[in-house]
Design a protein around this ligand. Structure first.
Ligand code: ZN
Length: 237
Protein backbone atom coordinates (compact mmCIF):
# COMPACT_ATOMS: atom_id res chain seq x y z
CA UNK A 1 0.00 0.00 0.00
CA UNK A 2 2.82 2.42 0.92
CA UNK A 3 4.52 1.37 -2.28
CA UNK A 4 1.87 3.22 -4.26
CA UNK A 5 2.75 6.39 -2.42
CA UNK A 6 4.97 8.56 -4.67
CA UNK A 7 6.61 9.93 -1.51
CA UNK A 8 7.86 6.44 -0.73
CA UNK A 9 9.73 6.40 -4.03
CA UNK A 10 11.35 9.75 -3.27
CA UNK A 11 12.85 8.21 -0.15
CA UNK A 12 13.53 4.75 -1.48
CA UNK A 13 14.95 5.37 -4.97
CA UNK A 14 18.19 6.96 -3.66
CA UNK A 15 18.45 4.14 -1.12
CA UNK A 16 17.96 1.52 -3.79
CA UNK A 17 20.58 3.14 -6.04
CA UNK A 18 23.05 3.34 -3.17
CA UNK A 19 22.47 -0.30 -2.22
CA UNK A 20 22.90 -1.50 -5.82
CA UNK A 21 26.03 0.59 -6.28
CA UNK A 22 27.74 -0.65 -3.11
CA UNK A 23 26.72 -4.24 -3.80
CA UNK A 24 28.21 -3.97 -7.29
CA UNK A 25 31.41 -2.47 -5.82
CA UNK A 26 31.77 -5.32 -3.31
CA UNK A 27 31.32 -7.95 -6.02
CA UNK A 28 33.73 -6.31 -8.44
CA UNK A 29 36.39 -5.71 -5.75
CA UNK A 30 36.10 -9.32 -4.67
CA UNK A 31 36.23 -10.56 -8.28
CA UNK A 32 39.32 -8.47 -9.03
CA UNK A 33 41.29 -9.60 -5.98
CA UNK A 34 40.15 -13.20 -6.15
CA UNK A 35 42.19 -13.45 -9.35
CA UNK A 36 45.31 -12.37 -7.46
CA UNK A 37 47.04 -15.35 -5.89
CA UNK A 38 48.43 -14.68 -2.41
CA UNK A 39 52.16 -15.29 -2.02
CA UNK A 40 51.48 -17.29 1.15
CA UNK A 41 49.67 -19.79 -1.09
CA UNK A 42 46.99 -20.32 1.58
CA UNK A 43 43.30 -20.68 0.79
CA UNK A 44 40.75 -18.78 2.89
CA UNK A 45 40.09 -21.89 4.99
CA UNK A 46 43.79 -22.58 5.52
CA UNK A 47 44.47 -18.96 6.45
CA UNK A 48 41.63 -19.10 8.99
CA UNK A 49 43.01 -22.35 10.49
CA UNK A 50 46.48 -20.89 10.72
CA UNK A 51 45.19 -17.72 12.39
CA UNK A 52 43.18 -19.79 14.88
CA UNK A 53 46.33 -21.72 15.85
CA UNK A 54 48.58 -18.68 16.16
CA UNK A 55 45.99 -16.41 17.78
CA UNK A 56 45.29 -19.06 20.40
CA UNK A 57 48.74 -18.44 21.86
CA UNK A 58 49.60 -14.92 20.88
CA UNK A 59 46.61 -12.67 21.64
CA UNK A 60 44.42 -11.95 24.60
CA UNK A 61 41.40 -14.29 24.81
CA UNK A 62 42.76 -15.99 21.69
CA UNK A 63 42.62 -19.36 23.48
CA UNK A 64 38.83 -19.34 23.07
CA UNK A 65 39.40 -19.60 19.32
CA UNK A 66 40.53 -23.21 19.73
CA UNK A 67 36.84 -24.22 19.87
CA UNK A 68 36.07 -22.48 16.58
CA UNK A 69 35.59 -24.82 13.63
CA UNK A 70 35.96 -23.87 9.97
CA UNK A 71 33.09 -25.20 7.85
CA UNK A 72 31.88 -24.92 4.27
CA UNK A 73 28.65 -23.21 3.26
CA UNK A 74 26.88 -22.89 -0.10
CA UNK A 75 26.31 -19.66 -2.01
CA UNK A 76 28.42 -16.71 -3.02
CA UNK A 77 29.74 -14.23 -0.44
CA UNK A 78 27.52 -15.94 2.13
CA UNK A 79 30.41 -16.19 4.60
CA UNK A 80 29.61 -15.70 8.26
CA UNK A 81 30.54 -16.53 11.81
CA UNK A 82 27.84 -18.24 13.87
CA UNK A 83 28.37 -17.51 17.60
CA UNK A 84 25.84 -20.17 18.67
CA UNK A 85 27.77 -23.05 17.10
CA UNK A 86 31.17 -21.31 17.11
CA UNK A 87 31.64 -22.06 13.44
CA UNK A 88 33.25 -20.05 10.69
CA UNK A 89 31.10 -20.76 7.64
CA UNK A 90 33.03 -20.09 4.45
CA UNK A 91 31.64 -20.09 0.90
CA UNK A 92 33.47 -22.22 -1.73
CA UNK A 93 35.12 -19.18 -3.36
CA UNK A 94 36.53 -18.08 -0.01
CA UNK A 95 37.32 -21.49 1.50
CA UNK A 96 39.09 -23.08 -1.45
CA UNK A 97 40.84 -20.26 -3.33
CA UNK A 98 44.36 -19.14 -2.47
CA UNK A 99 43.59 -15.51 -3.32
CA UNK A 100 44.05 -12.18 -1.54
CA UNK A 101 40.26 -11.66 -1.54
CA UNK A 102 39.51 -15.10 -0.06
CA UNK A 103 42.04 -14.65 2.74
CA UNK A 104 40.70 -11.17 3.56
CA UNK A 105 37.08 -12.38 3.85
CA UNK A 106 38.02 -15.46 5.90
CA UNK A 107 40.04 -13.31 8.31
CA UNK A 108 37.15 -10.84 8.62
CA UNK A 109 34.85 -13.67 9.75
CA UNK A 110 37.53 -14.77 12.19
CA UNK A 111 37.49 -11.19 13.47
CA UNK A 112 33.86 -11.82 14.49
CA UNK A 113 34.93 -15.01 16.28
CA UNK A 114 37.46 -12.95 18.22
CA UNK A 115 34.79 -10.39 19.12
CA UNK A 116 32.73 -13.27 20.44
CA UNK A 117 35.74 -14.57 22.41
CA UNK A 118 36.32 -11.26 24.17
CA UNK A 119 32.66 -10.34 24.61
CA UNK A 120 33.01 -7.28 22.41
CA UNK A 121 30.27 -4.93 23.65
CA UNK A 122 28.84 -3.65 20.31
CA UNK A 123 28.42 -7.27 19.20
CA UNK A 124 26.37 -8.01 22.33
CA UNK A 125 24.20 -4.94 21.66
CA UNK A 126 23.64 -6.10 18.10
CA UNK A 127 22.66 -9.63 19.19
CA UNK A 128 20.35 -8.14 21.80
CA UNK A 129 18.57 -6.12 19.09
CA UNK A 130 17.89 -9.08 16.75
CA UNK A 131 14.49 -10.06 18.25
CA UNK A 132 13.45 -6.39 18.42
CA UNK A 133 14.24 -6.00 14.72
CA UNK A 134 12.34 -9.16 13.78
CA UNK A 135 9.26 -8.04 15.68
CA UNK A 136 9.70 -4.36 14.80
CA UNK A 137 9.80 -4.75 11.03
CA UNK A 138 6.40 -6.48 11.06
CA UNK A 139 4.61 -5.08 14.08
CA UNK A 140 5.85 -1.52 13.40
CA UNK A 141 4.30 -1.60 9.97
CA UNK A 142 0.97 -2.96 11.25
CA UNK A 143 0.76 -0.33 14.00
CA UNK A 144 1.53 2.51 11.58
CA UNK A 145 -1.14 1.30 9.18
CA UNK A 146 -3.72 0.69 11.93
CA UNK A 147 -2.93 4.05 13.54
CA UNK A 148 -3.41 5.89 10.26
CA UNK A 149 -6.61 4.07 9.29
CA UNK A 150 -8.18 4.39 12.74
CA UNK A 151 -6.81 7.93 13.09
CA UNK A 152 -5.08 7.08 16.37
CA UNK A 153 -1.89 9.11 15.98
CA UNK A 154 -0.31 7.71 19.14
CA UNK A 155 -0.60 4.20 17.79
CA UNK A 156 1.03 5.21 14.50
CA UNK A 157 3.91 6.89 16.37
CA UNK A 158 4.38 3.77 18.48
CA UNK A 159 4.73 1.90 15.19
CA UNK A 160 7.37 4.36 13.98
CA UNK A 161 9.34 3.88 17.22
CA UNK A 162 9.21 0.10 16.95
CA UNK A 163 10.14 0.29 13.29
CA UNK A 164 13.17 2.42 14.26
CA UNK A 165 14.73 -0.67 15.88
CA UNK A 166 15.81 -1.60 12.35
CA UNK A 167 17.82 1.61 12.02
CA UNK A 168 19.29 1.09 15.49
CA UNK A 169 20.34 -2.39 14.44
CA UNK A 170 21.99 -1.05 11.29
CA UNK A 171 23.77 1.54 13.44
CA UNK A 172 25.00 -1.12 15.88
CA UNK A 173 26.19 -3.25 12.95
CA UNK A 174 28.67 -0.60 11.77
CA UNK A 175 31.20 -0.70 14.65
CA UNK A 176 30.95 -4.52 14.72
CA UNK A 177 31.82 -4.81 11.04
CA UNK A 178 34.53 -2.15 11.04
CA UNK A 179 36.14 -3.71 14.10
CA UNK A 180 36.08 -7.23 12.60
CA UNK A 181 37.88 -5.88 9.54
CA UNK A 182 40.49 -3.98 11.52
CA UNK A 183 41.19 -7.14 13.56
CA UNK A 184 41.49 -9.10 10.31
CA UNK A 185 43.92 -6.61 8.77
CA UNK A 186 46.14 -6.61 11.85
CA UNK A 187 46.15 -10.43 12.17
CA UNK A 188 46.95 -10.96 8.51
CA UNK A 189 49.81 -8.46 8.41
CA UNK A 190 51.32 -9.53 11.75
CA UNK A 191 51.21 -13.22 10.81
CA UNK A 192 52.72 -12.47 7.39
CA UNK A 193 49.84 -14.27 5.62
CA UNK A 194 49.32 -11.02 3.71
CA UNK A 195 52.57 -9.37 2.79
CA UNK A 196 53.77 -6.57 0.56
CA UNK A 197 52.12 -3.34 -0.42
CA UNK A 198 50.08 -4.84 -3.28
CA UNK A 199 48.52 -7.58 -1.15
CA UNK A 200 47.72 -5.12 1.63
CA UNK A 201 46.07 -2.83 -0.89
CA UNK A 202 43.93 -5.74 -2.14
CA UNK A 203 42.97 -6.75 1.40
CA UNK A 204 42.01 -3.17 2.26
CA UNK A 205 39.98 -2.71 -0.93
CA UNK A 206 37.95 -5.88 -0.38
CA UNK A 207 37.26 -5.20 3.31
CA UNK A 208 36.53 -1.48 2.90
CA UNK A 209 34.10 -2.24 0.06
CA UNK A 210 32.25 -4.63 2.36
CA UNK A 211 32.09 -1.95 5.06
CA UNK A 212 30.45 0.45 2.59
CA UNK A 213 27.47 -1.89 2.20
CA UNK A 214 26.78 -1.53 5.93
CA UNK A 215 26.92 2.26 5.61
CA UNK A 216 24.43 1.99 2.73
CA UNK A 217 22.25 -0.27 4.89
CA UNK A 218 22.24 2.32 7.67
CA UNK A 219 21.33 5.16 5.27
CA UNK A 220 18.49 3.05 3.85
CA UNK A 221 17.15 2.25 7.32
CA UNK A 222 17.27 5.94 8.30
CA UNK A 223 15.47 6.96 5.08
CA UNK A 224 12.75 4.42 5.83
CA UNK A 225 12.24 5.80 9.32
CA UNK A 226 12.19 9.37 7.93
CA UNK A 227 9.54 8.34 5.44
CA UNK A 228 7.31 6.97 8.18
CA UNK A 229 7.94 10.01 10.39
CA UNK A 230 6.89 12.21 7.49
CA UNK A 231 3.88 10.00 6.73
CA UNK A 232 2.57 9.96 10.28
CA UNK A 233 3.56 13.56 11.08
CA UNK A 234 2.07 14.87 7.84
CA UNK A 235 -1.37 13.43 8.59
CA UNK A 236 -2.05 15.91 11.35
CA UNK A 237 -1.94 18.89 9.08
ZN1 ZN B 1 31.18 -9.16 9.14
Amino acid sequence: MFFLDPNYLIYMIPALLLMSLTSWYVKSSFAKWSKVRARSGLTGAQAAQKLIQTAAYSIENGAALRDVRVMGIGGSLSDNYDPRTKTLNLSPEVADQPSVASIAVAAHELGHALQDADNYFPMRVRTFLVPAVNIGSNLGWVLILAGLLLKITGLAWAGVWIFSAGALFALATLPVELNASSRAKRLLVESGIISGEDEQRGMNTVLNAAALTYVAGLITAILQVLYYVNLVGGRRR
